[in-house]
Design a protein around this ligand. Structure first.
Ligand SMILES: Nc1ncnc2c1ncn2[C@@H]1O[C@H](COP(=O)(O)OP(=O)(O)OP(=O)(O)O)[C@@H](O)[C@H]1O
Ligand SMILES: [Mg+2]
Length: 1076
């Protein structure tokens, strides 16, 4: 991208008209044209920006452009509106100067666009943040709302602002926007009712009908068709490039952003609809008896709908269109209105309604965008107001507009030209006085309170009697006749009597920008701006709250008989306030020029441009700039800025700044006519000189920058080197220390090793020596001890007992044994106890076992010693039984635990056995019940069995009758089985006295006891042989004559628990014994 550093770079024509050579109107226009042809639409006159309307979008408003112009000096880049906006914003922010941007030009010259460009630039460069962005957005979005209601398509501009607008944007000390205030001036309300050919009503009507939803239209009782409404002109309803429906959406959105509530938007749209409806109300004449015509509403449908929309009683409004009440001196008079008056009243109502709605919108927007913070703020005002208007037919509106422009010119003159001249005088600069036209005289002609045109118009409006536009003109002709800027055919000034360009019903004013002919028709009416009170009261009666708000004078409680101020008076007052406001601010001018009448790009109409250049006073503007000095600056700042251009002033000038600047300029060979010395400032005539100085300064700055760079680099390298050097010393020191430490550590550890070896070696030597000495000493001591021992033993042997050793031995043995025996004490006295302590010493092995045996015998003896004789006999029997049967008969184990009772029958006590008792002489050793087995069937028959020392007896169980008594010597043997049965056979000796009875086969429950006792008697009786006890499972029994074999077999479980004997045959009895 090409970087511009000066206004002079790649200049097309000249960027600043001050530099134009030669300067005349033609060259001026030519310069504008050549720049316009090259798309350079902006040109400067000093600090004033001339803006040509390109009628097409140019790529010069991009964010990159904003950045390009941001914080750059005004003359630094090619002319642009951004340069002016930046300059204004920076001096507002940095120098705390309130600014105003005055944008003037004729309709369609691009004022509104320029104002938007300024606002968008400021919005882009000022601070950011959520709150700030909201404020910015609200300020920017107020434009579409106001444009919809205040702009219209005209012949000259498709988006012509039909009102003047001044907007104060307020900033805080940082330059962030806080809010704003909008003032509106003179809305062209006549447009509501009537539009010139080829023009449209205000945009909002078309936008509403095209863009609103069917639903909304239904609510507003509107039809989409424009042709249904009298107030809408049809021939130019659709404008090329304007999308009304889309614009409506934009407006709705903008209203929302600005902060309109939904019901407020609805109310506004209802009023817009009401205006359209109002236009459709038509009247017809109705003859009255008194011969006068009275108006009546033709078709009441629109009236009805309008009344419904606004909540007005239909009859009230209808009456207000037919009658007019005049109040004077507390009297009320009602007069009828004819059709023309009714139409007048209707249009007046529509115009008033719309213009008041517009003013309400401005107030409402102001409410939203007003700055919240109460802190002091800086202000940037942007004035977008109608430019000077010269039409063929000029009326009251043009008069007012041109008056406003005269006032703005005044400000311009006051602030620019006069200020400039005054500064020269102040600074004592030689000044060739430039003659410029001061339009104060024209302003005076219009606004003078005594004989000014506006004052006279007001006077005429308030005067009683018949007042017409002609009477007003007569008055002007009388009073202003002598004024040099007033021209009228009928004035007393004879020089216009023959001027045919001046019709009788007109007057002409020589404005600063040219002569304008005004037709007086309508002046009085428009100035009066009358709205019949009946109408305002009818409006006040509406239930629609916004409507009531707009017509406060309709409140019957506040009837004010005073006439409202006239339109001219109001405008004058508001212009006065505006001027005062502007005077306190630093002005910045944008002069807009329209290149052609066709609203198309690329066409430059010389005559049109020339006309505008003239009435904008641009040539005069350039002349003043050129006659004076283009640039001025206090000496101090000039010297500070350019001192590097001269060796004497660089780097420091010691002395007065003015002398310094003189030396500087001489040294730079600036021609003396190019500058002048003021009291405090240097004045440079030509911007070119300034640019040259700037250029040289820039070159010098580059050299200086190189020098600074050089010195800086040198300093940086040296510092770096010194740092490296210092670091190297530090590193070296640290490294040396480290190396030395390492070396030292090695030497130290080596010497330690050596030391330890040497010490070890030395110590070992010493140790060896000491050990040797110790051993020698020990040897000597041992030898000495032995020797002494030998000596002493030899000497004392005679004193020792020869068996001392034995004694000691015995004693030791005793001690050991004592301990051993005491250890045995724990053993119990029970013969059943098998425990015995382990042997403590090996040498006691034999003794220990023996001792256990002896101890056991002893404790058995002790145990036995406790027994009585009877118990002893019992145990002896038990012992004998054990010897006989243990491990031989299966019955034995069960008998061990049964005590041998002997007498089971208690025959002594039982009287039943008395006989038996007496039969047995001896002591009965055993009496029991036994079964005697019958040889014939093996069955047993019970018998009493008694045993005495000498015989055994079998007796009858019931009677006790002794059946058999056998002396024991006759008993040869006893046979029993090996099994658990109780059968036993008592076998008699062959040949004995009892042998004839045969053997006895018996069975008893106490078999073991019976056999044991039998055996015992045999053992203890010395006269008898031992009774043999035969234990086998098969034995022979001698039953009288025959021998029968008794065989024991193991029976099955069938046999039950007891053994059963069966006779098998003559020779065999089988006893089946249950298996164990
Ligand atoms: N800088 C510009 N770039 C492109 N087009 C522009 C520029 N300035 C103006 N225009 C075009 O010219 C038209 C008229 O401009 P604008 O509405 O600003 O005129 P105005 O001076 O405000 O007129 P009025 O006094 O009638 O309001 C714009 O709608 C736009 O199309
Ligand atoms: Mg405009």
């Amino acid at each position: 991208m090409e970087v511009k550093t000066s206004l002079l770079d790649n200049m097309i024509g000249v960027g600043d008209m001050v530099l134009l050579e030669p300067l005349n109107e033609d060259s001026f226009i030519e310069n504008l044209r050549s720049r316009f042809d090259h798309n350079e639409i902006y040109t400067y006159i000093g600090s004033v920006v001339i803006s040509m309307n390109p009628y097409r979008s140019l790529p010069i408003y991009t964010p990159q452009k904003v950045e390009e112009y941001r914080n750059r000096n005004f003359y630094e880049l090619s002319p642009h509106i951004y340069a002016l906006a930046d300059e204004a914003y920076r001096s507002l922010r940095d120098q705390d100067k309130d600014q105003c941007i005055l944008i003037t030009g004729e309709s369609g010259a691009g004022k509104t666009e320029a104002s938007k460009l300024v606002m968008s630039y400021v919005a882009a460069v000022c601070g950011k943040g959520q709150e700030v962005n909201k404020v910015k957005e609200q300020l920017l979005q107020s434009n579409p709302v106001l444009e919809a209601f205040g702009n219209a398509k005209t012949m000259r501009n498709d988006n012509s602002s039909r009102f003047g607008k001044y907007m104060d944007i307020e900033f805080d000390f940082k330059g962030d926007p806080l809010g704003g205030v909008i003032s509106n001036y003179l809305l062209e309300k006549s447009r509501v009712c009537k539009q010139p050919r080829g023009e449209r009503n205000f945009h909002i009507f078309y936008q509403l009908l095209s863009g609103a939803s069917d639903d909304t239209l239904l609510k507003l009782k509107l039809d989409r068709d424009f042709s249904k409404y009298n107030y809408l002109s049809l021939d130019s309803a659709n404008v090329n490039g304007l999308d009304d429906a889309a614009s409506f959406r934009t407006v709705r959105n903008a209203m929302q952003i600005v902060g309109f509530m939904e019901d407020e938007v609805q109310s506004v749209l209802e009023l817009v609809a009401a205006v359209l409806k109002l236009g459709n109300i038509e009247f017809k004449p109705e003859s009255r008896v008194n011969g006068f015509d009275e108006s009546r509403v033709k078709d009441k449908n629109d009236l009805k709908e309008m009344c419904e929309l606004l909540g007005i009683e239909q009859s009230v409004l209808e009456r207000a269109f037919s009658y007019r009440t005049v109040e004077a001196k507390m009297e009320k008079m009602s007069t009828t209105l004819n059709v023309a008056q009714a139409y007048y009243a209707r249009d007046a109502l529509a115009k008033n309604l719309y213009s008041r709605l517009f003013s309400w919108l401005v107030t409402r927007i102001n409410e939203s965008i007003k700055a919240q913070a109460k802190t002091r703020h800086k202000v940037m005002g942007v004035l977008d107001i109608y430019g000077f208007e010269i039409f063929e037919d000029n009326s009251f509106e043009q008069f007012i507009i041109n008056y406003c422009n005269e006032k703005l010119q005044q400000i311009f003159i006051e602030l620019t030209l006069r200020e400039e001249q005054e500064e020269y005088i102040r600074e004592d600069i030689e000044w060739t006085n430039i003659v410029y036209f001061n339009n104060a005289v024209i302003c005076d002609l219009i606004e003078n309170n005594q004989n000014g045109i506006l004052a006279m118009l007001d006077e005429e409006c308030l005067r009683p009697g018949t007042v017409t536009d002609d009477t007003f003109l007569d008055k002007l002709n009388t009073i202003c006749a002598e004024h040099q800027h007033f021209e009228s055919r009928l004035s007393k000034n004879s020089k216009f009597l023959t001027d045919h360009s001046l019709p009788h019903s007109c007057f002409r004013i020589q404005h600063y920008a040219g002569k304008v002919l005004y037709r007086v028709e309508g002046f009085v009416d428009k100035n009066n701006d009358l709205l019949y009170r009946d109408l305002s009261q009818a409006m006040y009666k509406a239930t629609h709250s916004l409507m009531r708000q707009l017509f406060p004078e309709g409140n019957p409680a506040k009837v004010n008989l005073k006439r409202p101020p006239t339109a001219g008076f109001q405008f004058k007052a508001s212009v006065g306030v505006l001027m005062k406001n502007l005077q306190t601010k630093n002005p910045n001018y944008i002069r807009c020029i329209k290149p052609n009448d066709k609203k198309v790009a690329h066409i430059f109409t010389d005559s049109l441009v020339c006309h505008q250049v003239r009435y904008l006073g641009l040539m005069e503007n350039v002349r003043v700039r050129r006659a004076g000095y283009a640039f001025r600056q206090p000496y101090e700042s000039c010297l500070k800025r350019y001192k590097m251009l001269c060796k004497t002033t660089w780097p420091q000038w010691r002395g007065p700044a003015r002398d310094g600047v003189a030396v500087l300029l001489t040294d730079c060979s600036v021609p003396t006519e190019e500058f002048a010395y003021g009291r405090s400032k240097i004045f440079i005539r030509n911007p070119r000189t300034l640019f040259t100085l700037e250029e040289r300064r820039r070159a010098c700055l580059e050299d200086l920058a190189t020098l600074i760079q050089k010195i800086y680099r040198g300093w940086k390298s040296r510092t770096h080197f010194l740092l490296l050097k210092k670091s190297q010393v530090v590193v070296a020191a640290w490294y040396r220390r480290y190396a030395q430490q390492n070396k030292y550590q090695k030497i130290k550890s080596a010497s330690l090793v050596m030391q330890s070896f040497i010490r070890g070696w030395k110590a070992r030597n010493i140790l060896r020596q000491l050990k040797y000495e110790k051993r020698c000493k020990e040897a000597v001591t041992t030898i000495a001890a032995y020797w002494h021992g030998t000596q002493v033993r030899r000497d004392y042997r005679k004193f020792f007992r020869a068996n001392a050793g034995k004694k000691i031995y015995n004693f030791t043995i005793q001690r050991i044994m004592q301990k051993y025996f005491l250890g045995l004490k724990t053993t119990t006295m029970s013969p059943m106890d098998n425990t015995w302590p382990a042997k403590p010493y090996g040498f006691l092995e034999g003794a220990h076992t023996e001792l256990r045996r002896i101890f056991h015998l002893w404790r058995c003896k002790k145990y036995r010693g406790q027994f009585t004789e009877e118990k002893k006999a019992v145990y002896e029997e038990k012992l004998e039984a054990s010897e006989i049967f243990k491990d031989k008969k299966a019955l034995y184990p069960s008998s061990v635990s049964q005590p041998f009772k002997g007498d089971y029958l208690e025959i002594q006590k039982n009287p039943k056995y008395q006989k038996l008792n007496s039969a047995v002489e001896e002591k009965v050793l055993l009496a029991d019940l036994v079964n005697k087995i019958n040889r014939a069937n093996g069955k047993g028959s019970p018998r009493l069995f008694l045993l005495t020392k000498s015989n055994f007896v079998l007796a009858d169980q019931k009677t006790g009758q002794v059946k058999t008594s056998v002396p024991l010597p006759d008993l040869a043997s006893v046979s029993v089985s090996t099994q658990s049965d109780g059968f036993f056979a008592l076998k008699l000796k062959e040949g004995s006295a009892s042998a004839s009875k045969g053997d006895f086969l018996l069975s008893s429950d106490h078999l073991i006891e019976i056999i044991t006792k039998l055996h015992r008697i045999g053992t203890t009786a010395a006269d008898r042989d031992q009774i043999n006890i035969d234990i086998s499972d098969e034995f022979l029994v001698q039953f009288k004559q025959d021998k029968v074999c008794v065989k024991f077999i193991q029976g099955g479980p069938k046999n039950g628990n007891s053994a059963a004997c069966k006779r098998k045959n003559n020779r065999l009895l089988e006893v089946s014994v249950p298996s164990p």
